[in-house]
Design a protein around this ligand. Structure first.
Ligand code: AHR
Length: 332
């Protein structure tokens, strides 16, 4: 709306349009972040979040909401409860409300072209945050801010290769995948697979989705344990599934981190605690603190400034010793 308002200010019709700027008209799924939201020249951002499936997601939502407030951006936030149809509904509602910019973290990679085209036709710029879409037409969004998930998978695989470099024995691996069809599930699987496939002693004996949640991670790990008597390694695509799996492993009378080595991705507080406690062996970081960069990009995009098409988040990895050091200052 900012662009529209500027044009109308020039045309001398300020008062009329201000009232229509960031006021009411939210769809059912939208809620303002508590900033004034009332008819001034604030940028209005419609943000569609994946859900609240993990500690990572909670930290990401907090980062987006706090950063919007700090940046003076009026945030309309909606939680899609891990459903693509809810995200499409939210985006359409933001288009109807004529927000200045739409940002979203796509629950899955495919199936976005139609709604993104609708946003483009309405001249509302879109920013992808955290997860990518597989649209061939990259003009449908201005930029993609988030991690390199393939690289995260590679880091996990490399740690494993290094751990077992002196062994000739078969290493039986089970994999807890993230949400089926999501970019982090696809890419973390691919990156990990690429690295371990160089040595045939690494065998992925079972691989299934745990939907990025603790409960599902536990349930699927219980099934893995029942049908596979010898599991050496668990690779979980996020901390939460790893934490659920730890409960299953302990329930089966085994010692997580010793009888079964565990690698996870994220490095949220509970994961880092389990790493420091020796129950997880290695964590590849995926930072949820995307809010400040997202707000900077949004401001630029709304002003019509050029932004890089891809902004990759800086991340590290943690061993058990590094987790002990990092934990006291960990923000999430
Ligand atoms: O897209 C990022 C992933 O989504 C995080 O690794 C996971 O915890 C979350 O649910």
């Amino acid at each position: 709306m900012l662009k529209r308002i500027s044009a109308l200010i020039l045309a001398g019709a300020t008062a009329l349009t201000m009232a229509g700027c960031s006021g009411g008209g939210d769809g059912d799924s939208s809620a303002s972040n508590g900033s004034s939201g009332g008819g001034d020249d604030k940028i209005v951002m419609g943000f569609s979040q994946v859900g609240a499936e993990s500690g990572w997601r909670t930290a990401n939502t907090k980062s987006v909401q706090e950063s919007a407030k700090e940046a003076g951006i009026d945030l309309k936030f909606s939680d899609a409860q891990q459903k693509q149809e809810n995200q499409i509904k939210a985006i359409r509602s933001y288009i109807q409300q004529k927000v200045d910019v739409i940002a979203f973290s796509p629950v899955v990679e495919s199936g976005w072209d139609t709604v993104l085209k609708e946003a483009q036709n309405a001249k509302i710029p879109v920013i992808l945050t955290d997860r990518a879409v597989d649209s061939k037409d990259t003009s449908l969004y201005k930029t993609f801010l988030g991690s390199d998930f393939v690289e995260e998978g590679k880091k996990a695989g490399q740690w494993l290769v290094d751990q077992y470099k002196d062994s000739k024995d078969t290493v039986n691996i089970v994999e807890l995948q993230g949400t089926t069809g999501s970019a982090p599930a696809n890419d973390r699987k691919a990156g990990f697979g690429e690295i371990i496939s160089a040595d045939p002693k690494f065998k992925v004996i079972a691989s299934q989705s745990g939907d990025f949640t603790r409960a599902k991670g536990k349930e699927v790990m219980e099934a893995f344990l029942k049908s596979n008597p010898k599991i050496d390694v668990l690779y979980a695509h996020n901390d939460d599934m790893g934490l659920g799996a730890i409960e299953a492993i302990e329930g089966a009378g085994k010692v997580p981190g010793k009888d079964i080595k565990i690698i996870t991705v994220d490095a949220v507080h509970d994961g880092m605690q389990a790493l420091a406690d020796g129950k997880i062996n290695y964590i590849v970081e995926c930072s949820p603190l995307l809010g400040p960069q997202l707000m900077d990009l949004a401001k630029k995009v709304v002003k019509g400034e050029q932004v890089p098409p891809r902004v990759v988040t800086e991340e590290t990895t943690f061993t058990q010793e590094q987790a002990k050091e990092a934990l006291p200052n960990r923000k999430y």
